[in-house]
Design a protein around this ligand. Sequence first.
Ligand SMILES: [Mg+2]
Length: 150
Amino acid sequence: MCYNNHMTFLRANKKFERFEDVKPEILQKENVKLLLCDLDNTLRLHSEKEPAEELADWIAECKKAGVQIVIISNNGRKKMMQKFCEPIDVPCVWWAKKPMSKKLTEAMEEYKISPKNTVMLGDKWSTDVLAARFANVRAWKVNHRRDVVK
Ligand SMILES: [Mg+2]
């Protein structure tokens, strides 16, 4: 019984293969106005130093659809994060300490968007999905992206 509850608690509300599959039409249909995104292994591989073209395109499409994006990462490398997020013009929060939900709540307050219009998108249950639960927002999960070792 306990196990079941635990699984439900950690279950993502929607699952996608990759961030590109979170289409602007889906965001609009689901009334998402604020999309909080994890960075590492969600929007980029850990090794990517610059935003990929697909990411820049996707961000632009989401913005066009009226969706505010904020990157909320547990990564503590402030300069790296600022450098990565500047060209795509997306606000970023580093050292977010997910699963603590404080930074998610702060972003909703800053943009004055309610939890029901907010989604947390990430690759990890223990941080992203849990943080979404604590912030009372929907959790959407992408498959963890891994660096391909050649
Ligand atoms: Mg991640």
